[in-house]
Design a protein around this ligand. Structure first.
Ligand SMILES: NC(=O)c1ccc[n+]([C@@H]2O[C@H](COP(=O)([O-])OP(=O)(O)OC[C@H]3O[C@@H](n4cnc5c(N)ncnc54)[C@H](OP(=O)(O)O)[C@@H]3O)[C@@H](O)[C@H]2O)c1
Length: 279
């Protein structure tokens, strides 16, 4: 029996998405990949077996464009087994200096587009009574750093959404994971990807310091996107994938520290927490 699967991946012209597309094609899978720039995507993927690769020009802020891409995937490959909501970008700066339009824009791409893709693909997965949804969140959605409030909010929302979605769709044999990476060596911290507002206001020392540290980290992040792509593929092969998967040593350390601090705080305030119900 063939183990070839059909993958649908958003934001695939570089970074995690591109590494994953290439590895999947090498392993014999069929891949539908979206990009804002389909020519850049084709160039980046290189020459491949065109019967197994479908490049799709998709505007993720447009629900019709998403719907059409799912239709095309089905008409070419006949099914969808794995959906990867990967497209996304970072935003750094103080909240007060970030324009409202930029705030709405990042929520649209990092959160609403993922929900929209899932809305369009769920009828297919439900009918198949199988499927795997992999949402690319961030450790920043669980443990944020100064200057990343808006980005962290989008990824925290994606994680919360994924947790509940996993409960909603389990009875249909559909599994959901939110992957929460720390710093990986992709285009994430480059000018083309990161929306960055220089902090000009007095004060905000923690924000300024963290911004400098992050920008200096570009190209030196500990996380290897090739290894991440292999992990995504292994997850899709499992019948028991986790709901949350933190990725990278830094992600593990930050998450475990936060969990311990949260447990401590929960217990410290337990009496007041429990006192709020009708007696
Ligand atoms: N690298 C990290 O350190 C890190 C850590 C935690 C989480 N993540 C998450 O991992 C995912 C992939 O990022 P990456 O690290 O691979 O970075 P990347 O190299 O910058 O790639 C990001 C991809 O997302 C798409 N994208 C970026 N801005 C977009 C926009 N405004 N509208 C639509 N699509 C857009 C792009 O797709 P097209 O150009 O093909 O349209 C691009 O291929 C993101 O969701 C990111 O938040 C990354």
């Amino acid at each position: 029996m063939s183990t070839s699967k059909v993958w649908y991946i958003t934001g695939a012209s570089q970074g995690f998405g591109l590494s994953l597309v290439k590895k999947l094609l090498d392993a014999g899978h069929r891949v539908a990949a979206t990009s804002r720039n389909v020519q850049a995507l084709k160039n980046a993927v290189g020459i491949v077996d065109s019967t197994r690769f479908l490049s799709l020009a998709v505007d993720l802020s447009n629900t019709d464009s998403i719907d059409e891409s799912i239709r095309q995937t089905l008409s070419v490959f006949g099914r969808i087994d794995v959906v990867v909501n990967n497209a996304g970008y970072g935003m750094a700066g103080t909240v007060e200096e970030t324009e409202e339009q930029k705030i709405r824009g990042i929520i649209d791409v990092n959160l609403v587009a993922a929900i929209d893709v899932i809305k369009h693909v769920l009828p297919v997965l439900r009918a198949q009574r199988s499927g795997y949804i992999l949402n690319i969140g961030s450790v920043a959605g669980f443990v944020g750093a100064p200057g990343w409030a808006i980005y962290s909010a989008t990824k925290a929302a994606l994680a919360a959404f994924s947790e509940v979605l996993a409960l909603d769709v389990a009875e249909f044999g559909i599994r959901v994971t939110v992957v929460e990476p720390a710093g990986f060596r992709t285009g994430f911290l480059t000018e083309g990807s990161l929306a960055y507002t220089e902090t000009k206001l007095d004060g905000y020392e923690a924000v300024k310091k963290t911004q400098e540290r992050y920008l200096a980290m570009n190209g030196r992040q500990a996380g290897d996107p090739e290894k991440a792509a292999e992990i995504f593929m292994r997850l899709a092969g499992r019948s028991d994938p986790p709901v949350h998967l933190f990725l990278g040593v830094d992600a593990y350390n930050r998450a475990s520290k936060k969990l311990a601090a949260m447990t401590e705080e929960l217990e410290k305030w337990k009496e007041i927490t429990l006192s709020a119900d009708f007696s």
